[in-house]
Design a protein around this ligand. Structure first.
Ligand code: ATP
Ligand code: MG
Length: 758
């Protein structure tokens, strides 16, 4: 026990050992909030105040949940597998699995990820003859999710005009369709659980008495529904221990409500409010930069942060001429960090928008530095992986129409659009799923559809007694996907990813403990499935309060949930020491020795969308605060004069945030130039802008194989005649700075701009 507590400062110690009452720990970045929360769990268990089954801990990501479990196991000999530690979505999924009947869901309900949700909405608009220009599918999706995040069913949404009424009507139709297919979207996981607990008193009371301690990390980013969910779970007795930082609230666009912090203080009559003011993560200059920047926000609860770590190094600022050059510079700096002995995984490159990663990835790839992208396209969202998953989904729940449509004719089986129309008509007529409607289709269409059903049924029969990884293997083989990709030009990568699905299943099985004696977190062996998993009381299914786990999910169901909820980063790269690439949003809660924050340009960071919304820039500033405070020892911030984004060249001003950071803590690596005035003399203009040294580097990377050379005269349809001043990048990425005289200097993508030689 001494061990547990001796590494805490007095405020942290006070927080960890608070009595079982509502408490709010309000503190800035790196002050040990997460550490306090984890230590408190260990302390509560070790002192016998609660059993591991009596803890409910909510983290922001699955990764954070896993890390928390690892830390707990390191602190004490305890099996964390059965503990209720997870994200809101993960925990709700578990609750709904345990009480699927009460929640009016099929046992094998499946989770729609956002991709599937969008395609389902598109389908639904089409089936109902709705003009998708007037009602863009994406808007409808935001509308539905927004309503659900506020806890509102269609019947409860107030429609104030015809347009709105139509949206509400479509929301209703959407929900019915989901119900028919046995699928739930992310927001539904929460809403469904919330409704289940609010209407089912015995169940609610059961969980309220079970979870005596509820601990929530990153509380500032809870939305209204999540907050209300917590209130239901806590009841009047539950000790809710919330930790958060109002300055790091960065999910308002998803309905997060920082006001929940004051609501919590008020509604739970919080008497234990503890502030932590010592930062243990970052060196002085980094912390000063963060503090000075965030002081520009007006709505703050007010906290201070100081460090004992000394000033450390200055924050390095770099101005690049283009995004390609910015990427090149990152690589040079990263290389020297690695040469100095830094682990690659201790270096992070952060960006505001996912679209920025392409150029950086490209440069990293060429330089041979291993890297790993988080939160980009999820492994489980790649087309070929989605196909494999769809086959598996059909094995488990054939009524999932999204899965059905994805693979019914993939690989091709001669099932054309007309056959599918016939099938859809039949499904609509009888109000059943596509799978169930197949027997109603006659003729040639009926035969080929019937063959598809046979394939699925045969695979199900063949795999019914197989362990999950073998089952996945058999299904992928039976699907014909491998053969299909073998005939494709770039199919090798896809086949490799399909093999990764099998590895993912293997890893999942070992991590979740299926097939071992230890109680499985989510799922059982088939014998366990058969027995009564839950105790019945007053006709309501309830878990025995001390039973470690609900045993209600088959390994396949559990794996499919995992595929929808997990970030699922490429498994192949797992274990490898790699540079870390991610958006600022996904860096929340993490820390690295060295951090690069890129693209500090007006319109990108702060993002242009933020300038239209009230409080938008303040949210961007908080985002920047999050980014800066990820760094322990070294921080780089860069911006670029030009950037190719979404196919367009942008000429950027540097971010206003530079004016808000303390000059004394910054070190400009490039000359601090305000604005460039291109002159009529190409060479002079180039050198003026870049400095001779950079020019040399730029010259060196010119590739001769792109058909253009520096100094050549060209003609452009819009800008007229010009001279190529410099070329950067190569192949499809090559771009040229061209002086068009009267029209000024332009940076053009050579593969896009239609240039002619003159
Ligand atoms: P964020 O707001 O970014 O989520 P946080 O407040 O949750 O940050 P932690 O991640 O818990 O902060 O802690 C930051 C770092 O400081 C971690 O490396 C942690 O181990 C370390 N740390 C926290 N408290 C102490 C302490 N008392 N002594 C030494 N190191 C500490
Ligand atoms: Mg934290």
């Amino acid at each position: 026990m001494q061990n547990l507590l001796h590494n805490l400062n007095p405020e942290q110690l006070a927080a960890v050992t608070l009595p079982a009452q509502p408490a709010l720990i309000l503190a800035g970045a790196g002050s040990g909030k997460t550490r306090v929360l984890t230590t408190r769990i260990a302390w509560l268990i070790q002192t016998g105040q609660v059993s591991p089954a009596g803890i409910l801990a909510v983290t922001f990501t699955n990764k954070a949940a896993k890390e928390m479990m690892t830390r707990l196991s390191a602190m004490m000999p305890i099996n964390t597998r059965g503990m209720w530690i997870g994200t809101f979505h993960g925990l709700c999924n578990r609750l709904l699995r345990a009480h699927y009947r009460d929640a009016a869901l099929p046992q094998t309900f499946q989770i729609l990820d956002s991709q599937d949700q969008l395609s389902m909405i598109k389908r639904l608009l089409k089936a109902n003859n709705i003009d998708d220009e007037k009602y863009p599918p994406r808007n409808l999706m935001y509308f539905i999710n927004g309503a659900k995040d506020q806890g509102l069913r269609a019947s409860a949404v107030e429609a104030f005009d015809d347009y709105n009424r139509k949206m509400v009507e479509l929301y209703e139709i959407y929900d019915q369709q989901c119900q028919r297919e046995g699928v739930v979207d992310f927001a539904e996981l929460l809403l469904r659980t919330y409704e289940l607990l609010s209407r089912n008193q015995p169940l609610r009371e059961h969980y309220q008495s079970r979870f005596r301690h509820i601990l929530v990390d990153e509380f500032q980013d809870t939305n209204d529904l999540q907050y209300n969910w917590l209130k239901l779970m806590a009841g009047t007795q539950g000790a809710v221990f919330a930790v958060g930082d109002d300055d790091q609230s960065i999910y308002a666009f998803r309905g997060a409500n920082v006001g929940n912090m004051s609501a919590f203080e008020r509604e739970f009559k919080v008497e234990n409010l503890i502030k932590l003011e010592q930062n243990y993560r970052s060196h002085g200059h980094i912390l000063d930069t963060a503090n000075t920047l965030i002081a520009n926000n007006s709505k703050r609860l007010g906290k201070n942060l100081h460090t004992d770590a000394g000033h450390g190094e200055l924050v390095r600022i770099y101005e690049a001429t283009s995004d390609l050059q910015e990427a090149q510079w990152i690589i040079e700096e990263a290389k020297s960090l690695i040469a100095e002995g830094a682990a690659r995984s201790d270096i992070a490159v952060l960006y505001r928008s996912n679209a920025q990663s392409r150029v950086i990835e490209h440069a990293l790839f060429s330089s041979g530095i291993p890297y790993r992208v988080y939160g980009g396209q999820r492994f489980f969202e790649r087309a070929e992986v989605k196909h494999a998953i769809a086959y598996l989904q059909l094995m488990d729940n054939p009524h999932n129409d999204s899965a059905f449509l994805r693979v019914v004719n993939f690989p091709t089986r001669g099932i054309g659009a007309r056959s599918l129309e016939q099938l859809q008509d039949a499904a609509k007529q009888y109000g059943i799923s596509l799978y169930a409607a197949v027997p109603y289709v006659t003729g040639k269409a009926g035969t080929s559809l019937g063959a598809f059903i046979k394939l699925i049924e045969a695979a199900r029969f063949e795999t019914q007694n197989l362990p999950l990884p073998e089952m996945v293997q058999v299904v992928i083989d039976a699907s014909g996907l491998i053969t299909h990709y073998q005939n494709e030009k770039e199919g090798a990568d896809r086949i490799e990813n399909l093999e990764q699905v099998v590895s993912a299943a293997t890893l999942f099985v070992s991590e979740e403990g299926f097939g071992h004696d230890a109680p499985a977190l989510l799922g059982p062996t088939s014998q366990q499935m058969a027995g009564p998993a839950i105790v019945t009381q007053d006709g309501v299914e309830i878990l025995d309060a001390d039973a470690p786990l609900p045993v209600v999910m088959s390994p396949l169901s559990a794996f499919l949930s995992h595929a929808s909820l997990e970030a699922g980063d490429n498994q192949a790269q797992a274990g490898q020491d790699a540079l870390q690439l991610m958006t600022v949003h996904s860096a929340k809660g993490l820390e690295f020795d060295a951090v690069f924050i890129t693209g500090l340009e007006e319109g990108l960071f702060p993002h242009e969308n933020s300038q239209k919304e009230e409080g938008g820039v303040e949210e961007e500033r908080r985002l920047m605060y999050v980014a800066i405070t990820r760094a322990k020892r070294r921080l780089y911030i860069s911006f670029s004069q030009t950037r190719m984004l979404h196919g367009q060249m942008r000429f950027n001003l540097k971010s206003r945030f530079f004016e808000e950071m303390p000059e004394d803590s910054l070190k400009w690596l490039s000359p601090k130039v305000q604005q460039h005035h291109w002159t009529a003399h190409p060479k002079a203009a180039w050198e003026d802008a870049l400095g001779a040294g950079t020019n040399q580097i730029a010259q060196n990377i010119v590739k001769k194989d792109i058909g253009w050379r520096i100094g050549e005269s060209v003609a452009h349809a819009k800008f007229g005649e010009g001279v190529i001043v410099n070329i950067e990048g190569s192949g499809g990425n090559a771009r040229a700075h061209i002086n068009f005289g009267r029209h000024g200097m332009k940076l053009l993508d050579l593969s896009v701009a239609k240039l002619e030689k003159v």
